[in-house]
Design a binder for this molecule. Structure first.
Ligand code: F0G
Length: 458
């Protein structure tokens, strides 16, 4: 038996991709203000902008679309969806939304007011939603989680000593909730250990503050626990997931990641009074609480995706594929955040382009140049994306790391696509001295500026 196993699927439907010319790409970058979100997708060869909503559904999920029941209230797919999420999480109230950020918005609208939300690391929309509700997002990932070269196996863990201190000093009057982002996207797709989740639960329960998961990549997190945490090697992933959620009071979820679908999400929680308040808002903003902004067929695809994502062969392939790309880059001395994350490889821009100062966004320069050179789209996760001013001084805060994320869509690209990506990044790294920094020339004052700002090379 060969040691290396190929992708655990065969391809039934294909979508052509085309490599543009260097001149075309130059024109696109100039027209789009060097912002990767302004590139038309058909002008991208390999699209690693995000793993969100970009995955390929299975034949079983496509078949599920055909039995979509589009009744306004109580469609049959809703009952399948609700049961699936409840079985998976053990949480009482399941509230469908059309994507993860709506779940955040509904939750924060109900509980944040002007309070603090503590997270290992807030992701961009999560941070923006806390700020939009007058709250203060605080990041408390462990020190290893801010060090790109640390090989600590659970770099997504929250700093329990800092958490305990904040909760004891401020208490429930000042802190709305504690969140754990699984896996920690802004921190490199790094997992949180069961031991850390359990301890965070103990501390939050002691102070009567709810613990929520930002659960987008819960299955990848569970698989890392199986691989790395003593005592879990022989446990089915489903059981690991159940134990993880047994410590949570609720979760927000973007099904566009580990739901293996192109659209969908949910909020799930145990607090019945809170659930009733949120459902009223849901009806006002998204739709009735048995569809929440989705079609019946979408609910069916999510329910099926949530079963498929727990498959061991799938998760071994998924985590292995990301590691495969990471290993190719590591072997060629490209500086990256280690160990490889669950959904993406993150280049360490600080070491990749040390001659570019942080306020000239080294990560954005790498992303733009990787597109210009090879037609690959990636995204900066650093001081261009991170925008938050100090509450007292108004000073612009800095991101703790300067990264470029190569996010791998689920079940979309093969090993040979990833080889092309690795060769392209290695080629760019060899020319790194030629990279120049960028400055923002428009739309730079917003927590979501990375979606709308325009930049030019200095
Ligand atoms: N939380 C995390 C950790 C995320 O990564 C995302 C989305 C969201 C919440 C919001 O979910 O997109 O369904 O509204 N992340 C995508 C990304 C966009 O590229 O990482 P959504």
């Amino acid at each position: 038996m060969p040691r290396h196993l190929p992708e655990p699927f065969r391809i039934k439907s294909v979508e052509p991709i085309r490599l543009t010319t260097a001149a075309e790409r130059q024109a696109i970058m100039e027209a789009g203000g060097n912002n990767m979100f302004n590139v038309p997708a058909d002008k991208v060869y390999i699209d690693l902008l995000t793993d969100s909503g970009t995955g390929a559904m299975s034949d079983n999920q496509w078949a599920g679309l055909q039995i979509g029941d589009e009744s306004y209230a109580g469609c049959r797919n809703w009952f399948h969806f609700e049961k699936t999420v409840r079985d998976l999480t053990g949480l009482k109230h399941i509230i469908p939304t059309h994507q993860g950020r709506v779940a955040e918005n509904l939750l924060f609208g109900a509980v944040v007011h002007d309070k603090i939300v503590i997270n290992n690391n807030h992701f961009d929309t999560t941070r923006a939603n806390v700020l939009a509700h007058g709250g203060e997002p605080l990041d408390m990932v462990i020190d290893e989680g801010r060090d790109p070269s640390s090989l600590y196996p659970f770099k997504g863990n929250i700093n329990l000593a800092r958490l305990q201190k904040a909760l004891s000093e401020k208490g429930p009057d000042k802190i709305a909730l504690v969140m754990l982002t699984l896996t920690n996207n802004s921190g490199g797709g790094q997992p949180v250990s069961m031991e850390n989740i359990r301890s965070a639960h103990k501390i939050t329960a002691q102070y009567g503050i709810p613990l929520f998961f930002d659960a987008c990549r819960f299955a990848e997190n569970a698989y890392f626990i199986k691989l790395r945490e003593p005592g879990y090697a022989d446990q089915p992933v489903r059981d690991i997931v159940r134990e993880m959620f047994s410590y949570a009071d609720g979760c927000t979820m973007s099904a566009k990641k580990d739901g293996l679908v192109n659209i969908g999400g949910f909020l799930a929680l145990n607090d019945s009074a809170l659930a009733e308040r949120v459902k009223v808002e849901l009806i006002r903003k998204e739709g009735f609480f048995t569809y929440g902004g989705l079609a019946g067929r979408d609910l069916e695809a999510i329910a099926r995706g949530l079963h498929e994502v727990l498959n061991d062969d799938y998760l071994a392939y998924r985590i292995g594929q990301v590691k495969f790309l990471g290993d190719l880059l590591f072997e060629n001395d490209v500086p990256l955040l280690l160990p490889p994350g669950g959904h993406a490889i993150y280049l360490d821009a600080t070491r990749f382009a040390p001659h570019i100062p942080v306020d000239q966004f080294p990560g954005q320069s790498i992303a733009v140049n990787l597109y210009l050179q090879s037609g690959i789209r990636s995204t900066e996760i650093g001081s261009f994306m991170f925008y938050q001013r100090d509450k007292e001084t108004g000073r612009l805060l800095k991101s703790s790391m300067e990264l470029v994320r190569l996010a791998i869509p689920r079940r979309v690209y093969t090993e040979s696509h990833l080889r092309y990506v690795a060769e392209s990044v290695i080629e760019l790294y060899q020319k790194r001295d030629e990279l120049r920094g960028l400055r923002i020339v428009a739309n730079g004052e917003s927590p979501l500026r990375h979606f709308i700002a325009r930049l030019e090379f200095v």
